[in-house]
Write a protein that binds this ligand. Sequence first.
Ligand SMILES: [Zn+2]
Length: 381
Amino acid sequence: MPIARTELEDLLQREFRPDGRVLSVYLNVDQSQAANLNRGFTAALKARLRSIEQQLDGEKLRREFAEDSQRVMQAVASYQPQGRALALFCDASDGFFWQRDLKVGVETEVRWDERPYLRPLIEAMDEHERYGVVLVSREQARLFTIMLREIEERREISSENKIKHIKSPGNESARSQANIQRKDEEHAQHHMKEVVAELEEIAARRPFDRLVLAGPHEVTREFQALLPKRLQQLVVASLPLPMEATEHEILAEMQRVEGDIERAAESAMVERMITQAAKGAQAVVGAGPVLEALRMGRIMRLLYAHGRTIAGRQCTNCGTLFEGGGVTPCQYCGGNTREIPDVISRAAERVVYSGGLVENVRGPAAARLEAAGGIGAFLRF
Ligand SMILES: [Zn+2]
């Protein structure tokens, strides 16, 4: 199962505790990688924990850290890899513990800080979109929703009043030929409208982000024209798959095109954001304007370049995030600010918490976004 926003609530809502630090662990357990076989991931985790421990000053911190790491090591010792990565958060001082398998690959990373480190988890949420797939001909249709390279739902529709094409013995009049063709056309139209209705029903129950049509090109084109505008806008590809394609073949074809589709969609989104920002039309780019929009609760969708970090400060009193270093007091409440290595992680948490979306873009879209400051946002108002 993909991660739902509601699952993150315990982590996002976790109050800042001056004396409690949280151990955040992302562990690559992918069993297709040799280093992870025979529980190799346990050794990797131990090494990371030891390196944090060596940097700690004072008996009290070391004791707290030891409690958190023992709890995590206990969980990992009895853990059987289910997905490609494991996420764990622990603060033994108040019994806080959260564990989840991840189906997407995440690099091993361990942090011990005042707040849970959520950026990789938020990125794992965004990584996979749900696809609707309609394989359609003039008599049949197969509908699927696909997420994380698995078929979630499948439907088949076959035109009930299928016209039988009887070979005419040669004496059939031109008029009845035309009649058969017209009837054929009516049935095909009726069938395709049924498929549209079925697709709308699925979209209402299990909303998908993108729609792929498959089948003969002239049929998919005709079908697309019958879709309501909202669904038409979701169409990202037409694939020439035969009606009898196996589910394995459908998934393989989807996997082949998915990367290109995602990258193209990201590029288009970044381009639109930069254009809107230049016009001052409900979008901003660059760390300063983005953090200001965040403070005002205006962000609807946050975009940033994959792997990008932006150093900054956070007010210890009101929590406001600022770009850049230094010891300047908070310009809003006069409170002390402390340096944090990455404001993007905190910004992403707040956007998710407020019901907004976070997109971690890669490839050409990321390069384009880097040139505009590496971060941007679409605004609610
Ligand atoms: Zn402040």
